[in-house]
Design a protein around this ligand. Structure first.
Ligand SMILES: NC(=O)c1ccc[n+]([C@@H]2O[C@H](COP(=O)([O-])OP(=O)(O)OC[C@H]3O[C@@H](n4cnc5c(N)ncnc54)[C@H](O)[C@@H]3O)[C@@H](O)[C@H]2O)c1
Length: 378
């Protein structure tokens, strides 16, 4: 298999989809690896380090897409990149298509087979390729929230942990999955008062044990969240319904219940956002204000710490990349039902139901769409 690693071009994105360790594993298994010049620079990885493990360094995206069959990326392809995708390509990356109808239509038109990291599942129905970035984003969420609560940055001017004689800030986390738990651990480490809301009672039981009584776990009814909002200094949104657009857990009307210059961090923004007033922002312009409440809605939060994120991501993705290279997309998804759940678009069809529903395109079951891929390859 010819595997290609392009340079990420999304603004403020410094991660890369393969490290020299990944190149070594692929080369040793007899595959050809093409890395775009400078692809690893943002993560502190020189071209020479890739070349030393057997990669061919190609000068630009044009040569990369011409040479490769399996394209391994980090973020969703940007418009200039989509134009390079062809039916013979398999794209393996984060896609978050439920929040982006235009991108979905472009990928359908490309005819490529598109596998989304965030909908690949393991045998326990967890999301092994989302989890490492959720761990990073959860930790950043609390750091960013603490930062934007500072007065010179437009915040209320409250220190998360308080000091002796002065109460700590209240941190409300909605969605107690991987992001939520990591956000809570950092908030607890900073000595804030922490409340974590989720609708899954078994998950609340697990969190209760993990927190050892240091944070309150709460069932996420509309009323219980609404009642808490007036006390909150920092609200972190971290809900996820697999593959679907994020549900709104705070409405515009409910912003009126909050303190002025409180901070909302919407980590679920990549799935469309879980606050009604959220819209995507970037690391270079991360916040805006609605009704006196600061909103932080950066869609690629882990991109800010590439030296951590690139290694965390590639540790998780590498076994899947190897499997796709060894068996081809049809063989690999046939052998691994969890990987098959990652196939969002194939043979010009949307084959993930949550995505099809969210973007208003017809849904074709994945096995049917993959028969189209097989027929074309025959
Ligand atoms: N912005 C970024 O850079 C970035 C980075 C990583 C992850 N994310 C996103 O963060 C979100 C959370 O990811 P995760 O890995 O923690 O997911 P997860 O599946 O581990 O956790 C999501 C949690 O939300 C809960 N939930 C679902 N609907 C709910 C509701 N209505 N009210 C309360 N809880 C609800 C679920 O029970 C689950 O515990 C995803 O949308 C993911 O794509 C964003």
């Amino acid at each position: 298999m010819k595997v290609g690693v392009p340079t990420e071009v999304k603004p403020d994105e410094y991660r890369v989809a393969l490290t020299p360790a990944g190149v070594r594993e692929l080369s040793d298994a007899g595959h050809e690896v093409y890395v775009q010049r400078g692809a690893g620079m943002g993560s502190g990885i020189e071209d020479d380090a890739y070349a030393a493990q057997g990669a061919s360094i190609v000068p630009g995206a044009e040569e990369l897409f011409a040479a490769a069959e399996l394209i391994v990326k980090v973020k969703e392809p940007q418009p200039g990149v989509i134009a390079r995708l062809e039916p013979r390509h398999t794209l393996f990356t984060y896609l978050h298509l439920a929040a982006d109808a235009e991108l979905t239509r472009s990928l359908v038109d490309s005819g490529a087979t598109c596998i989304a990291y965030e909908t690949v599942e393991d045998a326990s129905r967890r999301l092994p390729l989302l989890a490492p970035m959720s761990e990073v984003a959860g930790k950043i969420a609390t750091q960013a929230g603490a930062f934007f609560l500072e007065k010179p940055l437009g915040g209320r001017g409250i220190l998360l942990g308080g000091v002796p004689g002065v109460a700590a800030a209240n941190v409300v986390i909605i969605g107690g999955g991987v992001v939520g738990m990591n956000a809570a651990f950092i908030a607890l480490g900073m000595e804030a008062t922490v409340y974590v809301y989720d609708r899954n009672i078994d998950r609340l039981r697990e969190l209760d044990i993990a927190f050892g009584g240091r944070a309150d776990t709460c069932f996420a009814s509309t009323l219980s969240i609404e009642e808490r909002l007036s006390e909150a200094d920092l609200v972190i949104g971290a809900v996820l319904v697999h593959g679907a657009r994020a549900p709104h857990v705070v409405t515009r009307a409910q912003l009126g219940l909050m303190k002025r210059q409180a901070v909302l961090v919407d980590v679920s923004i990549d799935q469309g956002g879980c606050f009604e007033t959220s819209r995507p922002t970037t690391h270079s312009d991360p916040v805006y204000e609605v009704d006196g409440v600061t909103h932080y809605c950066v869609t690629n939060m882990p991109g800010a710490v590439p030296i951590t994120s690139t290694y965390a991501l590639t540790n998780a993705t590498m076994p899947y990349v190897l499997h796709l290279a060894l068996d081809g997309v049809l063989g690999a998804v046939d052998a691994n039902p969890g990987l098959k759940l990652g196939v969002n678009v194939a043979a010009g069809q949307v084959c993930y139901e949550g995505v099809a529903d969210a973007v208003g395109l017809p849904y074709v079951p994945v096995d049917e769409a993959l028969r189209g891929v097989a027929a074309r390859a025959a």
